[in-house]
Write a protein that binds this ligand. Sequence first.
Ligand code: CDP
Ligand code: MG
Length: 162
Amino acid sequence: MIQQTLVLIKPDGVQRGLIGEIIKRLEQRGLKIVGMKMVHVDKSFAEKHYTEDIEKRHGKKVRDYLIDYVSHDPIIAMVIQGSSAIEVVRKIVGTTYPGESPIGTIRGDFAHVSKARAKEKNQGRNLVHASANEEDAKKELALWFSVDEIHDYKLSAEEHLI
Ligand code: CDP
Ligand code: MG
């Protein structure tokens, strides 16, 4: 199934000069970028992205940190399209805590902080956000992108990719 998913290069990815490296990994897998922009969101927008669900799963301190952090500096927002793109992108990104994320994933190759350290600091800088499932992707894409910011076009190499 062809899916679209939201990818954010979070402030640590932008600050560390990893925009190109992260985009490269999505492109080299044959995924298509159908929307992309640099945005500096405010706290009330960030609250809509990091919803109460984060608080339920990780606690209030983590949610407060995320809202503060993601609104502190510009980030890159992308709509990525491809076959089972939601799952494929999550694999490229890796798992939540970089120290546990396999080598070869973005989080596993460019960060190393352990789960214990992330919990101790109530913050987990892990470079990228990627929608977790179909329901989240739908909600997050609607939050970050208007319909006219998502482009329907063909890549010249598309017949070899999908
Ligand atoms: O991003 P992912 O879907 O892998 O993880 P999540 O469980 O949806 O959590 C969202 C974000 O919260 C993570 O990407 C981390 O940046 C952050 N987090 C944190 O700062 N401290 C934790 N103990 C857990 C998550
Ligand atoms: Mg998540």
